[in-house]
Design a protein around this ligand. Sequence first.
Ligand code: HBI
Length: 358
Amino acid sequence: MTTKPHKLLFISTSVGALGTGLGGGVELSLRNIAQEMLRRGHKVQIVTPAGATWNDLPLVEIPGNLQIIAQSQERTDPIIMPENSVLANMWEYARQVQTDYDLIVNFAYDWLPFYLTPFFCCPVAHLVSMGSLSDALDKIIVQTGKNFPGTLAFHTAAQAETFPTLTQPVFYLQSGIDVSLYEFCESPKRQLAWLGRISPEKGLEDGVRVAEITGIPLKIMGKIQDASYWQNILQEYPNAPIEYLGFLSQREMQKIVRECQALLMTHRWVEAFGNVAIEALACGVPVISYRRGGPREIIQDGKTGFLVEPDSVSGLVDGVLNLSTINRDSCRRSVERDFSVTALGDRAEKWFDSILGN
Ligand code: HBI
């Protein structure tokens, strides 16, 4: 650890209790940064919507109604706050305890935490978890970055570029995982993997089409966030060799993924990072992804997978047919080098230290 211990209050995403999978990649980011800060001797308290399943980290569970997921709304939609909003309740809690902390870190992609920043006497840092989605949010994010320089962090430059008028400095945290939790597999079965929230912006139908065209079974894992979208895929591709395995724990998920020839990433939107990519690579599994957003800064084209023309299913199929040229060892080594929890912890600690001036 480089500095005196900090007292950190992490405020979770507002769309699901931690561990339910509704929070998507930000759950893993929050967990790994918290664990790494604790390991380095900092104090961490995590505020989450009630119903969290984690039992190995210090949690404060707050009741209330979840936010609508931002990616299901239109750019020009007004900011919506439900009655008895869990987001408002979490930030009321933060207001009450703020004098016990050196820094509050916001993980929610919502208007309120950014708007409240100047109302707090404790500094507030924001990990922006997605690319630009809403005019109202863009404005408050850019304004917060301007009024509080250095308090915004993104996962990647590709994600930050979707907010055109950002003022510097901004931090790029990328992401990181505990590589020891992912077991390397040298010789996979004849199957492909698809991981993530089952929601239109993730483009699962393209992965299903790859399975149909190549005849290689596709193992699908993740939370069904949009049930009608999932039903449409099943009706549209009744004969595709696919199997839905549910939302698995990190341990169960990597047992399946490690035995796959590749992970397909078929996202329609600018994926801020793509935690699923480093989870697969850690098992030695190459990633075949659209050249869009975060995966562009994770995958080394031709070395740890393939970066494909966005929305080109035939490009994905070509990647599958060229997998024999990828060395699965180099996939794992790329995560050990760039995306370990230690590397993430170094980036997060540097960000916190820069805000706290030490
Ligand atoms: N939507 N309104 C809202 N707030 C969030 O915190 C949020 C979200 N959608 C998705 C999301 N967080 C997480 O899945 C991120 O990891 C992307």
